[in-house]
Design a protein around this ligand. Sequence first.
Ligand code: ADP
Ligand code: MG
Length: 375
Amino acid sequence: MKEIRFENVGKSYGKTEVVKNLNLTIKQGERLILLGPSGCGKSTTLRMIAGLEDITSGDLYMNGRRINDIPSGKRDIAMVFQNYALYPHMNVIENITYGLKVQKVPKDEINIRLNAALEMLQLKGYENRLPKDLSGGQRQRVALARAVVKKCDFFLLDEPLSNLDAQLRISARKELVKIHEMYKQTIVYVTHDQIEAMTMGDRIALMDQGQLQMLDTPENVYNRPANIFTAKFIGSPPTNLFDIVYHDGDVIIGQQKFQLNHMWIHYIHQSGVEKFVLGIRPEHIEIYKTPQRQLLTGTVKYVENQGNSYCIYIDLEGEELIVVNKDKNWYPGEKVFIRPMIDHIHLFDQETTNSIGYPKDLTTLKQQVKENNII
Ligand code: ADP
Ligand code: MG
C-alpha cells in the first residue's frame, strides 16, 4: 500500500515538544488536509514526511517501510513550500522542467507534462519570463507546476495558495482537485483555512498545540466535532458554547431551561458525565419575536449583515449567543425567543472536553433507543 503512517511520532526543539505522540495513517490516493491554527505543528509534520526534519521519537513509515533515517532525496515526494523558492536566473519553463532534466526524463515526456502544467495553472504566455517579472501569485503557480510535473506518489503542499488573491485561490483549489482526480497521487495539504480544508479534503486532520484533535471527513468534523476545540475551530461564526447544568431532563442555562429529548437523556445517563458544555451552531438556532413553548429568552445586542444572511448577537443570561438567520428584521434592544434545534446540539464533558456523542454514531444510537422502546 502506498501510504504514510505515523506511529507515536514526536518532534521536539530542545525541550519544546511541537508534535506530540502523533498516530496517523494517510491513505493511498486521498487528499488529507492538515488543518489548525498557526504554530500548531502542521508544517513540522509535513517536513517530517519530506525528510526535512529529524524525528525525535516514534516511527514514520512510507509504503510500509520505516523511513526515519532515509534522506529526503530518496523519498518519492514532491513538495510545494509556503515560502517557495524559484531559481531567479531561470525562466518559467526552465524552473518547471529543471528537476525532470536532472532526472533524465525523455524530452517528449517533459514537454507533455510541461504543457499540461502550464495549461492547468494558467501560465501560458508567461513561459519565458524570469521570476522577478512575475506577480506573487504567478510565482506561486510556477512552484506548483514544478511539483505537479514530478508525478510522485506523494504530493506535499504547505499553504500553497496563500499568496493568491481570493478569486484565483478558488479556481486554483478546483484545478488542484481536478488534477488530483486524474492522477490520484496521495496529497498531504497544509492549511489554516477551514474553507480550503472543507472544500478540498477527503479527510481532515485537525491539530492544536502539536496534538491531533480529530481525524475524519469534512462532514463529520463539522457535524460531529469530537471535542470543544473542533467545535470552536470549524464553522464561522463559531459554535456557541455554554457551561450548563443538566437536571431531570432539562438543560439549565443561568435562570432558564429547555427540555432534552429521550435520546439525549439516554446518552447523558450512559456517559456518566456530570458537568457539560453545550455546543450549538449559530445556524442551528430558531429565533422568534413572540413567546412560544420551550423557548429561551434573550436580548438582541447588535446585528451584522453577512450579505445572504444576518448574524444576530444576543445576550442570553449574561453570555453572548450568536444566531444566523435569513430575516433582516432584528433590532438591538428587542427581546427575542430562541430554540436550539435539539438534533443539532452537541454536549461535551467539561472535564475532558470530549463530546459525549462521539465517536458513536448518533444515528445508530437513535436506532438503539428506538429498538429498546426508550422513546
Ligand atoms: P504551523 O505550520 O502549524 O504554523 P510549525 O510546524 O511551523 O507550525 O511550528 C510549530 C511550532 O514549532 C511553533 O511553535 C514554532 O515556533 C516551533 N518551531 C518551528 N520550527 C522551529 C525551530 N527550527 N526551532 C524551534 N522552534 C521551532
Ligand atoms: Mg506552517
